[in-house]
Design a protein around this ligand. Structure first.
Ligand SMILES: CC(=O)SCCNC(=O)CCNC(=O)[C@H](O)C(C)(C)COP(=O)(O)OP(=O)(O)OC[C@H]1O[C@@H](n2cnc3c(N)ncnc32)[C@H](O)[C@@H]1OP(=O)(O)O
Ligand SMILES: CC(C)C(=O)C(=O)O
Ligand SMILES: [Mg+2]
Length: 602
């Protein structure tokens, strides 16, 4: 849209620039003039319909401490997969799935698990009863149950947890202005009254029970006026008579994420610094991921004073999900902080979550996706290959197992072994790959290190093949391509070497393309004898380099020989594979000769 049509559209709202107009941004930074390059045009997006959230609900904080803090220990984690995650599924979990996920969470080391909304459905109620009556909950695990602030729902919730020794009763009510007026039909005062009445119901049902604690969530905390949330939370701390030995949990959700993570951090720091009886409060957060920054919100919130984080494995949950507990935990791990949760078999965790939620985990999902430890591109592969070699050498020099040696391998933020992945998928080859990746695959799968010059030559052929096919190549396909490109075009029908006076006597019957070779020559060694025989039959061959390695082990071992030869004018490679070391060498030289371009007709 040009400026004249934008002007004709007129202002949409007082103070809002006309739609589509170019708004000069006041820039005092020295790089401002750089923005004149490739200046972008106004889009047709109706962005004028929205405004920064902080204009509506400013956070009264001017100096914040969170930006200079560091994460040094894991917060208390509370998976809410069985409640918040479950309520977002098209097909909520059946009892078998709920139980399987619960057991998985316990096995990983979670000590506080929200298991459902027992007043909402029979499945949830029965599941809590199963936990209460079966032998499923370890003594050190606390069960959290969720309820709205309504007497009938609170009573049913109490009924569900009878017999459970360690319980958190989690009550929620939305507190933000739009929810108050549009959804609940209350003003600040009457909603506060409703919350206090329901909280009294919650406390009444727990009277005389030692192992019961209370949690309150002002739903949409992040859209609520900070002073109002503070007032409501403080009144509940008092009503529930929180103390350091029975702290209340105030859980402050970003129910719908609408701001940058620094705003959430400010909101949390404000609460952290102003909540009364702070030593009797566990400050908890519950980020969602509408802007795709749930993890950042969770991390900054912990810097800002949060002690407990609610979320779901792999970020399942309403809309774009709850904050992902896998990413949060492993982000700590990668900074040297023990996440206090066992992710050493991440694939089992992922399979369980996929089965229970009936939703796949994206192959690019941090830490757990299929492709996240895989490099397809050449320079990354080269760096990883060198990084692995360096890592193994450093571990050997220090006399430690590579699995515990300090990790610093390019492009791999963590050692895939930490989460139970092997190295097989670390490098995969397609048309974006280079020699390093190709060589790595052959080395890992067949234990063969191609000579550098052959790596370069072969990588070009791999690139042609992958460009033509448009797909990736496995190690087995590369191995086949190597042989298709460099093996002997012909047969080695018969050969014999005999030590004689003056060297080795070599007798060979072979074909080279459409030529036959039948010779009996004595020279310093079999290779020299063969090149002499070839010379006598009209093909001048110089062996520039020969290298040999073994493929496989024990009785199945074979010798592979890489022969770099000059055949007439042409440098050529040949590869020979045979159980016999000598035959492998003969084959490699014959291969180089059979693949050399034919001499131009005289
Ligand atoms: C952000 C979150 O995750 S909040 C959790 C959301 N989870 C769920 O909703 C899953 C389970 N929920 C349910 O199964 C049902 O909503 C039930 C069984 C709890 C209640 O069902 P119903 O009684 O049919 O109520 P319904 O869901 O239609 O509407 C909610 C009612 O509760 C009120 N309400 C909503 N939240 C709350 C709350 N936290 N506390 C008190 N009342 C509330 C609403 O204003 C509405 O009242 P109204 O009927 O007077 O207008
Ligand atoms: C904690 C509750 C109320 C919740 O799931 C949310 O606000 O997202
Ligand atoms: Mg939620």
């Amino acid at each position: 849209m040009d400026c004249s049509s934008a002007a004709a559209a007129g202002p949409d709202r007082a103070g809002t620039p006309p739609r589509g107009s170019i708004v000069p941004v006041a820039r005092s930074d020295p790089g401002a003039s750089a923005m004149n390059w490739n200046r972008q045009s106004p889009s047709p997006m109706p962005s004028h319909r929205y405004r920064p959230h902080t204009e509506r609900v400013p956070v009264p904080i001017t100096e914040r401490r969170w930006p200079t803090r560091q994460l040094t220990e894991a917060p208390l984690w509370v998976p809410v997969d069985l409640r918040d995650g479950n309520q977002a599924l098209a097909e909520p979990m059946d009892p078998a799935r709920k139980r399987r996920l619960f057991e998985q969470l316990v096995a990983m080391g979670y000590k506080e698990i929200e298991v459902g909304y027992p007043s909402a459905s029979r499945t949830d109620f029965d599941f809590v009863r199963d936990l209460a009556t079966g032998d499923l909950v370890p003594d050190d695990v606390t069960i959290v149950v969720f309820t709205a602030a309504r007497t009938d729902l609170v009573e049913r919730t109490h009924e569900s947890v009878r017999g459970l020794p360690n319980v958190v009763l989690h009550m929620y009510t939305a507190t933000a202005p739009t929810w108050r007026s549009v959804v609940l039909g209350h003003d600040r005062k009457s909603l506060h009254r409703l919350i206090l009445d329901a909280a009294a119901d919650v406390a009444r049902g727990a009277e005389g029970r030692d192992g019961v604690r209370f949690e309150f969530s002002p739903e949409v905390f992040n859209l609520t006026e900070p002073d109002y949330v503070l007032q409501v939370c403080d009144s509940l701390t008092e009503l529930w008579d929180a103390s350091p030995d029975r702290p209340v949990i105030h859980n402050l959700p970003a129910t719908v994420e609408i701001s940058t993570p620094n705003v959430y951090a400010d909101q949390i720091e404000y609460m952290h610094r102003n909540l009364s009886r702070r030593e009797s409060v566990i400050l908890s957060v519950h980020p969602h991921n509408d802007r795709g920054t749930g993890v950042a919100c969770g991390e900054l919130a912990v810097l800002a004073g949060a002690q407990r984080v609610e979320g779901c494995l792999f970020g399942n949950g309403e809309r774009t999900g709850n904050v992902d507990l896998v990413t949060l935990a492993l982000n700590l791990h990668v900074q040297g902080v023990d996440p206090m949760i066992d992710f050493s078999d991440i694939d089992t965790v992922r399979r369980t979550v996929q089965y229970c939620n009936r939703i796949d985990v994206h192959p690019r999902h941090p830490y757990g996706g299929d492709l996240v430890y895989t490099a397809f591109s050449g320079t990354h592969q080269d760096a990883i290959k060198k990084g692995f070699a360096h890592h193994r050498a450093a571990a050997a020099a220090a006399g430690v197992d590579p699995d515990v040696a300090p990790w610093d391998v390019p492009y791999l933020p963590i050692d895939p072994h930490d989460v139970g992945r092997d190295y097989e998928a670390v490098i995969r080859v397609n048309s974006q790959s280079g020699k390093g990746g190709v060589a790595y695959l052959l080395q890992e799968r067949y234990g063969v290190e191609l000579p550098r010059a052959l790596q370069i030559d072969f990588a070009r052929r791999v690139q042609r093949a992958t460009d033509d096919g448009g797909t990736e190549m496995t190690a087995a396909q590369l191995w086949k391509l190597l042989h298709d490109n460099y093996s002997h075009r012909g047969d080695l029908d018969w050969w014999a070497v005999e030590h004689v006076e003056g060297g080795d006597r070599l007798r060979v019957r072979a074909t080279l393309g459409d030529r036959a070779l039948d010779c009996d020559v004595t020279a310093g060694g079999p290779v020299e004898a063969l090149t002499r025989a070839l010379g006598e039959s009209g093909t001048e061959v110089e062996v520039i380099d020969l290298s040999q390695q073994s493929v496989g082990t024990g009785r199945d071992a074979e010798a592979v020989t890489f022969a770099h030869c000059r055949v007439g004018e042409h440098p050529t490679w040949g590869v020979g594979l045979d159980r016999s070391v000598t035959a492998s060498t003969l084959r490699a030289v014959l291969a180089a000769v059979s693949r050399a371009p034919s001499p131009a007709p005289a």
